[in-house]
Design a protein around this ligand. Structure first.
Ligand SMILES: [Zn+2]
Length: 194
């Protein structure tokens, strides 16, 4: 079952300008692509690490930890996430004076365009699927006035047309605007070279 926050986010994306649709018509700059890809792959905190790594090659994990001001375990987890998507490479080198291994990290920007276009295709696919659901069920959804839940007719009926989250009476949702927004979004995304 979806959490409220996830639901709200999706609802916002599909129903409004909150997702930044005014910008979507423009091709993204390379640095925006990096941010988007890194965030989608390893989360917001990883952007910090990428910025530190981008300052050179073979940046030691200790320097990354120090500059990022994050816990070493957290940094390592993020680095391995980046590594598993090929966004970062590392080598381990033995520090003979201390007798420990240190990993040195390099950001692999050559993979960014490929990952970005994959993300773009996945997102486009989700919008198309969502459009199919919405367009196949015009005005067939019921929504809570506080926007905390939405249900199709069968589900709404089972709940006696009450919101499963807050108990308020559900209202029929005019989803024609949602359909228009989704169509527009898809059109924009298809037009942008990813
Ligand atoms: Zn509600």
């Amino acid at each position: 079952m979806k959490t409220k926050a996830v639901y709200r986010k999706q609802y916002k994306q599909a129903s409004g300008r909150a997702a930044g649709s005014s910008k979507a018509g423009l091709a993204k700059s390379f640095s925006n692509k990096i941010t988007e890809v890194v965030k989608a792959t390893a989360g917001e905190d990883a952007i910090k690490l990428v910025k530190i790594m981008a300052s050179g090659r073979n940046v030691s994990e200790f320097r990354i930890v120090k500059s990022a001001k994050l816990d070493i375990q957290k940094v390592r987890n993020l680095l391995y996430k980046l590594h598993s998507s090929n966004l970062a490479d590392y080598k381990r080198v033995k520090d003979n004076s201390k007798g420990i291994y240190v990993s040195y990290w390099t950001f692999n920007k050559a993979i960014v365009n490929e990952l970005f276009s994959r993300l773009h295709q996945e997102k486009l696919q989700r919008f198309r699927e969502r459009l199919e659901v919405e367009a196949g069920n015009v005005n067939g959804f019921f929504i809570c006035p506080a926007a905390c839940s939405r249900a199709d007719f069968i589900k709404a009926e089972q709940q006696n047309f009450r919101c499963a989250e807050c108990g308020q009476l559900l209202a029929q949702d005019d989803n024609t605007r949602t359909i228009d927004v989704l169509r527009e979004k898809i059109r924009e995304m298809e037009a942008v070279p990813a």
